[in-house]
Design a binder for this molecule. Sequence first.
Ligand SMILES: NC(=O)c1ccc[n+]([C@@H]2O[C@H](COP(=O)([O-])OP(=O)(O)OC[C@H]3O[C@@H](n4cnc5c(N)ncnc54)[C@H](O)[C@@H]3O)[C@@H](O)[C@H]2O)c1
Length: 255
Amino acid sequence: MLLKGKVGLVTGGGDGIGRATCVMFAKDGAKVAVADVRLAAAEKTVMMIRDAGGEAIAIEADVADETAVKAMVDKTVETFGRLDCACNNAAGAGGFNPVQEVEADRWDHCHNVTLKGVWLCLKYEIPAMLDNGGGAIVNIASLSGVRGEALQAPYSAAKGGVIALTRTAAAENAQKGIRVNAVNPGGILTRAIKAYFEKVPGAKEHTAGTHAMRRLGKPEEIADAVCYLCSDRASFITGHSLNVDGGIMVNPHTI
Ligand SMILES: NC(=O)c1ccc[n+]([C@@H]2O[C@H](COP(=O)([O-])OP(=O)(O)OC[C@H]3O[C@@H](n4cnc5c(N)ncnc54)[C@H](O)[C@@H]3O)[C@@H](O)[C@H]2O)c1
């Protein structure tokens, strides 16, 4: 029970990595605010948590909308009395195009959700955590933000921004009891990636082959890292971005 007695908030909690993180937060003893732009999806996650005996609420929130993000944090604190752990997970798609062919509205949408959304969450989560003496935040970034990714300029640039924002927020809050870290997932089997694999023959095997472990990850493997970084067991870790990637960053083609 890594998070016993704590209150957690997860954005994009209605599916994939966000849902797995909500469920893992609850299993680890936290009460959970499940936020998503799709309320019905957040409610489904809440039902999963309640069916397993946990406590959770669903909140409809678009992380790109400042009013909605403020209301999301306020609702969490009103309901559960405090905020201890947050996972800023929601991101927006940026399409697949060479740099010079990216449309400006696609760039703006991706950055509004993926980068500005994380900043807005930090803007309201940090004061709420300061009110109860501290907390821990994990932003979900990506390997694309570390090494770049051909044909994914808006997404890679936004995720690189999330990593820099993580370090900045960590530096500002290190002496105030708030730790801020990021997790960089490798290829994780969630809905969008599964749909892509169904459309493109051989893509699953190819993508798996870029990981030294020759497989894709499960959402729960990201959730595990988030829970650890949110817990007191990670008490001396801040400003870090942790690759949870089955070895993408080591050369998988040497053996
Ligand atoms: N799946 C992967 O392989 C992978 C790899 C690297 C990084 N990531 C990152 O992990 C995170 C989760 O990805 P996933 O694959 O689980 O996605 P997903 O599509 O399975 O789930 C994302 C959830 O976020 C919600 N959402 C979308 N826009 C939102 C908004 N504006 N406000 C609030 N909620 C919103 C969606 O409704 C959905 O429930 C993202 O930050 C993504 O960039 C995923």
